[in-house]
Write a new protein. Structure first.
Length: 109
């Protein structure tokens, strides 16, 4: 599942809609880190991500996996910009992404 999740991670970060078409369930739901970032359904993901991002991305450590799900910390990068760390959770229905949720931790207090 880590290989599949890594493929999804790179496809989302690079706006690779051809890969997303192969990797996502028809009823996929993705929540991003920004307030308005929510895509429901493969058609919304494909149209929403077309040309949206061109980011590098890497796992910061081995993701934790369970039956049908995976969670881990990632770092997004873009030349000339400061890297952004995020947490991601993905749920799979078989080999297809059914749900992903990205969040950025904020200091408490």
């Amino acid at each position: 599942m880590i290989e599949q999740a890594t493929a999804v991670l790179h496809a989302l970060a690079g706006s690779d809609v051809e890969a997303l078409d192969r990797l996502c369930h028809d009823d996929v739901l993705i929540w991003g880190t920004d307030e308005g970032e929510v895509w429901h359904g493969k058609a919304a993901v494909l149209s929403g991500f077309a040309g949206l991002y061109d980011l590098g991305v890497r796992w910061l450590g081995p993701p934790v996996t369970g039956t049908g799900w995976l969670a881990g910390a990632v770092e997004f990068s873009q030349p000339g910009e400061r890297p952004v760390r995020a947490r991601v959770t993905m749920v799979f229905d078989g080999d297809l992404l059914a749900h992903a949720h990205y969040s950025v931790a904020v200091p408490s207090g």
